[in-house]
Design a protein. Structure first.
Length: 166
């Protein structure tokens, strides 16, 4: 009988502990993520090369949080979402406090499409035009200001020719 009571007590403690773990994760997501690796990225435009320092969102958790809870996106910065393999991508702006330009990038490093001025806090779906390897998020209006357009070449280590063939 004591083994049964011990088992019931352990099961009860596990059930009580689970919600607190979920609560801790929810609290952790209620602020901008910090400490992501920063790398260089450039985009060739007809009027010159545009350079960015991008935070790398290359894990499921970092991609899930993305730019949530940020209040600014300084010029020349952004976040690069690396999916590792090409896939159709759909984003939304829930818990994202600033408007962004989303630049969908194919595995060969070419821009597939740009969703400019995405509305903050919106659950409207923002899709890629076909499979993409990555999405670059930058401040709203920056893609227009810099002359970024579909078909332009993005240079970053993840767009190596070997990865484009996968």
């Amino acid at each position: 009988m004591t083994k049964l009571l011990h088992f019931i007590l352990l099961a009860f403690m596990a059930c009580v502990a689970l919600p607190s773990t979920s609560f801790a994760q929810a609290v952790a997501i209620e602020g901008p993520q910090r400490g992501l690796r920063v790398e260089k990225l450039s985009i060739a435009t007809p009027s010159g090369v545009r350079s960015f320092n991008v935070e790398m969102a290359d894990t499921p958790r970092s991609r899930e949080i993305g730019m949530m809870w940020r209040t600014t996106v300084p010029r020349g910065t952004g976040m690069l979402f690396d999916f590792k393999t090409p896939e159709a991508a759909t984003f939304w702006m829930e818990n994202t406090l600033v408007s962004l330009d989303l630049i969908f990038i194919r595995a060969d490093g070419r821009i597939a499409n740009i969703a400019a001025n995405a509305q903050p806090l919106s659950r409207a779906l923002i899709p890629s035009d076909g499979p993409v390897l990555a999405v670059l998020e930058i401040g709203a209006g920056e893609s227009r200001r810099l002359g970024l357009a579909a078909g332009q070449r993005v240079t970053h280590r993840i767009f190596a020719p070997a990865r484009a063939k996968k």
